[in-house]
Design a protein around this ligand. Structure first.
Ligand code: SDX
Length: 445
C-alpha cells in the first residue's frame, strides 16, 4: 500500500527541522521528504501538490467527503467548541447575548464585528425597519403557489425573485450596495415569511407596521385579524427575539457553506441566500425542527418512547433534534430554548409535547447508544415545541430558522467576499468512472 510517513516537528522534531511548526512528510513511494508548514492547526492542501511520483503526476490532494476535517475558510464571525458546548458570536457568549441583547443588535454584531453604540443601533434599526415592504408584484407570484405549498418552497423562490427587483445587487464589490441588500434581506425575509403563512391559511396579507419592533411587526404580519392595530404579546415578542438570536449564525454549517459557495461566483446575495435557504430546508439541517414535532406525534405517548428508541438504535429512524457534527456535548442553544419554553407556556398554555420531549431526552441520555455516540439535543429539539405553542404550523418552523439565520448567512457571505484568499469555490474529485471508450452506434449496443 502507498503510504506517507509524517513527523510532527512540533512534538517529535526530525533531525533537520527541530522545534519548527512543520510536518516532515516522507513519501514512501519515492523516499523523498518534504517540510510542510503547520498554521492554525492546519496544513495547506496546496502544499501537498509538490508530493509527486514523477513529472506527470498531478500531485497529492486531500480526500474529505462532506468536509469532515477540512477548513474551507478563515472566519472571525462565530466560534464553536463542540466538546465544551461553547458558542460565541464575535467573541460574545451566546448565553449573554440571549439574556442582554436583541436580534437586530446581534445582527449588527455579526455583520459589523462590534456591538453598536446607541446611535449606531438606532440608525441600523431605522434602516431595517424602513425596508420591510416588498414590491406589490411579489403578492402576484406568491398567489400562484398552491394553498398547501410548503412555506419554505415559497420563501426560497421569493428570496431568489427579489434579485429581479434590485438589479444593482450584483455589484457585490460595492460596499454601499452590499449594505443596502443586507438591510433589505434582514427586513424583508419576515415579510415574505408572513405573506407565505397568510397565503397558506387563506388570509389577506397584513402589511408591515413600522411602529412595532422587528419581532412585534413579524407577529402582526402573521396574526393580525380585523383589529385596526395589532398589539403583540410582549412575552412572545421577546421569546421570538431570543430564538432569532440563538439561530443567527453557526459558523460553517451546511447552509452557510452554500451561501459562501454560491456567493463565491459573485452572484447577487438574493440568489446566494435562496441557495442557503434551500440547504437549510433539508431534514438533517434546519428542517429538523419540523421533523421533531412529526416524530413526537408519531411516538404519541411516553409509554411508546422505549420502542422508538429501539428503532433508533436499530438505525431504522433518526432521533430528530439529536446529534451534531460539531457539538459532542449539549448544544448550548438547546439549554436556553428549554428555559424560554416555560416563559412562553405561561402566555400560551403548556404544549403537552414538552413532557414527551423531556422524557425522551431523559431516556436517551441514560442510554449508552446516545452517550457513546455523543448524541445530545441540538437547537432543533425544543424550538418547534415553542413555535407550535406560539401558533405556528410545523411547516413554518424552518422558515423561522431562516429568518434568524439571515444575518449569519450575510455575515459569512460578506466575509468571504472581503477575504483575499477566497476565489470561486470549485472542489476537485477522485475520478472513479470509465476509462476512455469510443461511441458505439445504437444498433451495436
Ligand atoms: C442543525 O452544522 C450546524 O451547525 C447545523 C446547525 C446550525 O445551527 O446551522 O446546528 C443546525 O442543522 C442542527 C442539526 C439538526 N438535524 C437533526 O437533528 C437531524 C438528526 N441529526 C442527524 O442527522 C445528525 O446528527 C447530524 C446530521 C446533525 C450530524 O450528522 P453527522 O455529524 O454527519 O454524523 P453522522 O450522521 O455521521 O452520525 C454519526 C453516528 C452514526 O452512527 P454510526 O454509523 O457511527 O454507528 O451517530 C449516529 C449515526 O447513525 N447518529 C444518530 C443521530 N445522529 C447521528 N443516530 C440516531 N439519531 C440521530 N439523530
Amino acid at each position: 500500500m502507498s503510504t506517507l510517513t509524517i513527523t510532527d516537528n512540533r512534538t517529535e522534531p526530525s533531525e533537520h527541522a527541530v522545534g519548527k511548526s512543520t510536518l516532515t512528510i516522507t513519501d514512501n513511494r519515492t523516499g523523498k521528504t518534504y517540510d510542510v508548514p503547520v498554521d492554525n492547526g492546519t496544513i495547506r492542501a496546496m502544499d501537498l501538490r509538490q508530493i509527486k511520483t514523477g513529472p506527470d503526476d498531478f500531485g497529492l490532494m486531500t480526500y474529505d467527503p462532506a468536509f469532515m476535517n477540512t477548513a474551507a475558510c478563515r472566519s472571525a464571525v462565530t466560534f464553536i467548541d463542540g466538546d465544551k458546548g461553547i458558542l460565541r458570536y464575535r467573541g460574545y457568549p451566546i448565553e449573554q447575548l440571549a439574556e442582554k441583547s436583541n436580534f437586530l443588535e446581534t445582527a449588527y454584531l455579526l455583520l459589523r464585528g462590534e456591538l453598536p453604540s446607541r446611535d449606531q443601533l438606532d440608525t441600523w434599526t431605522y434602516n431595517i425597519t424602513h425596508h420591510r415592504f416588498v414590491h406589490e408584484n411579489v403578492k402576484k407570484f406568491m398567489d400562484g403557489f398552491r394553498y398547501d405549498a410548503h412555506p419554505m418552497g415559497v420563501i426560497i423562490s421569493t428570496i431568489a425573485a427579489l434579485s429581479t427587483f434590485y438589479t444593482e445587487a450584483n455589484q457585490i464589490k460595492n460596499a454601499a450596495i452590499r449594505q443596502r441588500q443586507i438591510f433589505r434581506l434582514i427586513a424583508k425575509t419576515p415579510t415574505l415569511a408572513a405573506f407565505a403563512y397568510r397565503h397558506s391559511v387563506g388570509l389577506p396579507y397584513a402589511y408591515p407596521d413600522d411602529d412595532l419592533s422587528y419581532c412585534g411587526n413579524f407577529l402582526s404580519m402573521l396574526f393580525k385579524a380585523t383589529e385596526s392595530k395589532y398589539v403583540p404579546n410582549p412575552v412572545l415578542e421577546r421569546a421570538l427575539d431570543v430564538l432569532f438570536i440563538l439561530h443567527a449564525d453557526h459558523e460553517q454549517n451546511c447552509s452557510a457553506n452554500a451561501m459562501r459557495a454560491v456567493g463565491s461566483s459573485e452572484v447577487d446575495p438574493y440568489s446566494a441566500m435562496a441557495a442557503a435557504a434551500a440547504a437549510l430546508y433539508g431534514p438533517l439541517h434546519g428542517g429538523a425542527n419540523e421533523q421533531v414535532l412529526r416524530m413526537l406525534r408519531e411516538i404519541g405517548d411516553k409509554k411508546r418512547i422505549p420502542d422508538y428508541i429501539k428503532r433508533v438504535k436499530a438505525k431504522e429512524v433518526l432521533l430528530m433534534g439529536f446529534g451534531h457534527r460539531v457539538y459532542k456535548n449539549y448544544d448550548p442553544r438547546a439549554k436556553i430554548i428549554k428555559q424560554i419554553a416555560d416563559q412562553v407556556f405561561e402566555a400560551t398554555g403548556k404544549n403537552p409535547l414538552i413532557d414527551m420531549a423531556l422524557e425522551l431526552e431523559r431516556i436517551a441520555l441514560q442510554d449508552d447508544y446516545f452517550v457513546s455516540h455523543k448524541l445530545y439535543p441540538n437547537v432543533d429539539f425544543y424550538s418547534g415545541i415553542i413555535y407550535e405553542a406560539m401558533g405556528f404550523p410545523v411547516t413554518m418552523f424552518p422558515v423561522l430558522f431562516a429568518i434568524g439565520r439571515t444575518p449569519g448567512w450575510l455575515a459569512q457571505w460578506e466575509e468571504m467576499l472581503l477575504d483575499n484568499e477566497q476565489k470561486i469555490a470549485r472542489p476537485r474529485q477522485v475520478y472513479t468512472g470509465s476509462d476512455k471508450r469510443d461511441y458505439a452506434p445504437i444498433d451495436k449496443r
